[in-house]
Structure formats: structure tokens, C-alpha cells
Design a protein around this ligand. Structure first.
Ligand code: UD1
Ligand code: MG
Length: 462
């Protein structure tokens, strides 16, 4: 095997317009698994440590370039503008000035996002200085170029769908468009392509027949999954690949030991790792980096983004958590919202319709119903009654609230920050607290209840 690791050029064809997407966004920037398709292809290509990464772009070029440069700062990708899309052969020809005479070139596509590193490495292993192509066997090969073989089963040429004869139409081995090509022949092959075919294009596929005529061995590899070689031309295909991608991630999660109630009803738009015996109910969305400890239960319809969840935590249905750390044995939800900067030490109960932002909740503290806690440090053993609010914003600035250990906040309390509830305080329901309370005492701050005698009878007379 030739050491291709150090001599591989990668060319990504990405000049197509994607008219059928019916979108202003260039096709290759549409996302699969929360990442633009082209970004996925580039990330996979970079794993091969290519000598050179060349992107052939056209439509919406500047938008594509700036999006990609943002994701890969300080990259040294070579961007080549293909003004008119004259065919895949012409597209690769545009890259010739940046391809050395030795080594090999791997051809990838900006709109075929799920090609796996595993498949590319296998192709690379097969490469010995001749030519490797990736083929697939499809039940319905229509639309694809067909792989035509000779009497000795050697690959002889590719015939595009529109140029196939009646009998060639029945061939179900197709060309995927992925190749590893020996650079030494590229000049000659690409400069002698002609466009006398039904589409008037310079077909890259014609180089296969040229190699065959020159007795250059044509090796082939077949991808493990057909979705790896599928491209996106419309939203239907984009949705299909999204599902395939999600299914693959769900299966690997199941493989790692997580229990999913339905592998087709989970969306992983980032990375998730699960400890032992985690259970994830249907319709949950995971974004960014999500780390679950052991015995974590996630109820239906939860959305978790950039969170670390410790062991034995239960997150009940329809809760939303973002940029937060949840300590062991905590219970959250249903319908709770945990916003960025929140940390629960452990054993906490955060109940329904509770919003917590940028706050620390100490050990075994409870905030169970209809409450807003913002910019607050709550100690351990605290109970916050239903419908309480930390009034953290005066319209200009945010202020912090401190609730010390073992305090009890009666229902409907307004805590006007900055304010401290001292250790062991009990606050009478309906209070509005603006000053530090006395530790281990009851504080009540509300209008006294009065009876206005005779009011009702006077009112009725009017
Ligand atoms: C190509 C193959 C076909 C194969 C199929 C697999 C050719 C001639 N045919 O057909 O055998 O079965 O892929 O999907 O190669 N592009 C450019 N510049 C161009 C033309 C195309 O960048 O001038 C890019 C497109 O953006 C697209 C890709 O190359 O991503 C494929 O081009 P397309 O014309 O769609 O090829 P197919 O007709 O699908
Ligand atoms: Mg075409």
C-alpha cells in the first residue's frame, strides 16, 4: 500500500446551485444534524489529514466561504470559483493548478454530507497507485450513473442515466461519484474530456473508460450504508438524510446502553454521552454537549442543550435546560425551564412552571411551583413557596438575591434584589422583602387585612 496519508489532495465539488431547494440559502449550507452539509464533508475530509483541501464553489460563493471560514478559522483551504457549471469533469479540472503530479486526489461532494470516515479510509486502503471508486448497489438505481463491467467483471466505464441503453438501465450497481484518482494521469484525463453527451456536460465519469483503456486497474469499494452516498437536491432528500443521521446516532446511543423508548423519535443535534441505565422517553432534543450520568431519566419532550446531569436525576416531561449543571438525585419538571448559568448542587426539586436563571441552588432545596429565580444563590434545605419571584431587574441593572440555608419563603413572596434572606428565616406568604431579614425569625411584610364594615350594603344601594 502506498502511503497516501501524506499525499492525498481532497477536492470537494460544491458549485451546484440547488434550485430545487427553493431557498435563498446556498444548498451546501443547509443543515444535517445542526451542521451545514459542507461543514460535515470538510470535517470528515480533515480527519484524513489531506495535504491540500480544495473547494470548488459557484453559486452563493461568498456566503458559503464566509460561513465556512467562521467555523474553521485560520484554515488553509483552497477556494476555486467555477463560474459556469459545465459538469463534474470541468469542476475537477478547475482544481488542477493546485494538484501535484504525484500522490492521489480524493473527490467528495458538498451536498453528500453523510459519507463516513470509515468508508473513505477503506477506499484509501485499497488505493495502490491506480484508481479506486465507491459504488453502491441500489434497488432503484434510477438517476445514477451505472457501473458497466466487462466479461471478466472488471469495471469498464460509467454510463450516465440519460445516456443508458435499454439493457444498461437494468444495471443496479451505481457510481457514487466518490473516487481516489492517481494525480499523474489527471492532466491528461481531464484535458481530453469531451461533452458530446445528452447533457452537454464534461463528465468526470468518462475518466473511468480512459483508465480502463490504459489498463489501469479500477478497484472499487461499496459503502456500508447507502445513505452515505446519497446527495441532497431538495428538501425531501434533506429530511431523509436528517432522519438517517438521527437514526445512526440513536443506534449508537442504544449500543452504548441507553434505553430509548423509540429510536425514531429522538433528535441529537450535537453530542450526547450517557452513563449506565439512562432512559430517554420520546421526542427529546439534545443540542451542543450533553452529558448524562448513571440512572438518569429524561421524560418526553425535553430539550437539553449544553448540560451536565449527574447520577439519579429525573427530568420530567417538557422541561427545557440550557447551559446548566444538575447535581445528583435532583428532580426537575414537568414544564420547568432551567436557563444558562444555573447550578444545582444535588437533591433539589424544581417543579412545574418554574424558571431559574444564573442561580445556584443548594443541597435538597425545593422550588416547586410557578416561581422565578434569577441571579440568586440559594443555600441548602431551602423551600421556596409557590408563585414567588426574585425581582432581580430594576429596568437598568441586575442584582443578586441570597437565600441562606434552611430558609422558608412563603408563597407569593417578592424578593426585591439586592436582598439577603438570612439563615433559617421564615417569610410570611405574600410578603415583599426589600431588606435583609433576621436569621431564624419570621418576617412578614404585607398590608394588614382589614374588614371594611358596611361597604357591601352601601355598594349595593348605588
Ligand atoms: C454524478 C455522476 C453520476 C453519479 C452521481 C452520484 C457525473 C457525470 N455523474 O451525477 O455518475 O451516479 O453523481 O450522485 O459525474 N458540480 C460542480 N460543478 C459542476 C457540476 C457539478 O461543482 O460543473 C457538483 C454539484 O454541485 C454536485 C456534484 O458536483 O454536488 C454532482 O453533480 P451533478 O451534476 O448533480 O451530478 P449527477 O448528475 O448527480
Ligand atoms: Mg447532473
Amino acid at each position: 500500500m502506498v502511503d497516501t496519508m501524506t499525499k492525498m489532495n481532497v477536492v470537494i465539488l460544491a458549485a451546484g446551485q440547488g434550485k430545487r431547494m427553493n431557498s435563498k440559502l446556498p444548498k451546501v449550507l443547509h443543515q444535517v444534524g445542526n451542521k451545514p452539509m459542507l461543514e460535515r464533508v470538510i470535517s470528515t475530509a480533515l480527519m484524513l489529514k489531506p495535504e491540500n483541501l480544495i473547494i470548488i464553489y459557484g453559486h452563493g460563493g461568498e456566503v458559503v466561504k464566509s460561513a465556512i471560514n467562521k467555523t474553521f478559522p485560520n484554515n488553509d483551504f483552497v477556494w476555486i470559483f467555477q463560474d459556469k457549471q459545465l459538469g463534474t469533469g470541468h469542476a475537477l479540472k478547475c482544481a488542477l493548478p493546485h494538484i501535484n503530479n504525484d500522490g492521489a486526489t480524493l473527490v467528495l461532494y458538498g451536498d453528500v454530507p453523510l459519507i463516513s470516515i470509515y468508508t473513505l479510509q477503506h477506499m484509501q486502503e485499497l488505493y495502490d497507485g491506480s484508481l479506486v471508486m465507491l459504488t453502491a448497489v441500489l434497488d432503484n438505481p434510477s438517476g445514477y450513473g451505472r457501473v458497466v463491467r466487462d466479461a471478466d467483471f472488471q469495471i469498464k466505464c460509467i454510463v450516465e442515466e440519460k445516456d443508458t441503453s435499454q439493457s444498461e438501465k437494468f444495471i443496479n450497481e451505481v457510481n457514487t461519484g466518490f473516487y481516489i484518482l492517481p494525480n499523474q494521469y489527471l492532466d491528461e484525463w481531464l484535458n481530453t474530456l469531451v461533452n458530446d453527451n445528452s447533457q452537454g456536460e464534461y463528465y468526470l465519469t468518462d475518466i473511468i473508460a480512459k483508465a480502463y483503456k490504459q489498463n489501469i486497474e479500477i478497484r472499487y469499494y461499496t459503502a456500508e450504508h447507502n445513505y452515505e452516498i446519497m446527495g441532497v437536491n431538495n428538501k425531501l432528500q434533506l429530511e431523509y438524510l436528517e432522519r438517517m443521521h438521527q437514526c445512526k446516532l440513536a443506534e449508537s446511543l442504544l449500543g452504548s446502553g441507553a434505553t430509548l423508548l423509540d429510536k425514531s423519535r429522538i433528535d441529537i443535534r450535537g453530542k450526547i454521552t450517557c452513563g449506565m441505565d439512562c432512559v430517554i422517553d420520546i421526542n427529546c432534543i439534545f443540542e451542543g454537549s450533553v452529558i448524562l450520568g448513571d440512572n438518569v431519566v429524561i421524560g418526553a419532550g425535553c430539550i437539553l442543550k449544553n448540560v451536565i446531569i449527574s447520577n439519579d436525576v429525573v427530568i420530567k416531561p417538557y422541561s427545557i435546560l440550557e447551559d446548566a449543571k444538575i447535581g445528583p438525585n435532583s428532580q426537575i419538571g414537568p414544564y420547568a425551564r432551567i436557563r444558562p448559568g444555573t447550578e444545582l448542587t444535588g437533591g433539589a426539586h424544581i417543579g412545574n412552571f418554574v424558571e431559574i436563571k444564573n442561580s445556584n441552588i443548594g443541597l435538597n432545596s425545593k422550588v416547586n411551583h410557578l416561581t422565578y429565580i434569577g441571579d440568586t444563590d440559594i443555600g441548602s434545605g431551602v423551600n421556596v413557596g409557590a408563585g414567588s419571584v426574585t425581582c432581580n431587574y430594576d429596568g437598568k441593572n441586575k442584582f443578586r438575591t441570597v437565600i441562606e440555608n434552611n430558609s422558608f419563603i412563603g408563597s407569593g413572596t417578592m424578593l426585591v434584589a439586592p436582598v439577603t434572606i438570612s439563615e433559617g428565616s421564615v417569610i410570611g406568604a405574600g410578603s415583599t422583602i426589600t431588606k435583609t431579614t433576621l436569621a431564624n425569625e419570621l418576617t412578614v411584610s404585607r398590608a394588614r387585612q382589614v374588614t371594611v364594615k358596611g361597604w357591601l350594603s352601601r355598594h349595593k344601594k348605588d
